[in-house]
Design a protein around this ligand. Structure first.
Ligand SMILES: [Zn+2]
Length: 101
């Protein structure tokens, strides 16, 4: 798994598995999880879809609006969104992220 995404805060590169391990909550209706960079501690929204992961620039005001910062292809990534949880599989490993209340 050599695909990486850079943290928008400090530009550190993270593998997909590292992003999943450092994410907590989710917005299943938007396919987003919430990543906290272990280096600079900045939070970033991450869009997770089948075979794709991207960093998201969320513009809260006067929005809400958002745009993708960087998108990568991750052939072994699967995602299923439930109202209460985001479920993500990477190379058979399952991750779940509780929906933000
Ligand atoms: Zn960072």
């Amino acid at each position: 798994m050599k695909e990486t995404l850079p943290c928008p805060g400090c530009d550190s590169k993270f593998r997909v598995s590292e992003i999943l391990e450092h994410s907590t909550i989710s917005w299943p209706d938007l396919n987003w999880i919430y990543f906290q960079c272990p280096n600079c501690e900045k939070h970033t929204h991450i869009q997770v879809k089948k075979e794709k992961m991207a960093t998201v620039n969320f513009i809260g005001a006067p929005g809400p609006d958002w745009e993708l910062i960087k998108s990568i292809n991750v052939p072994s990534l699967e995602a299923r969104m439930d109202p209460g949880f985001a479920h993500v599989w990477l190379e058979e490993k399952h991750y779940e992220f509780k929906a933000r209340e």
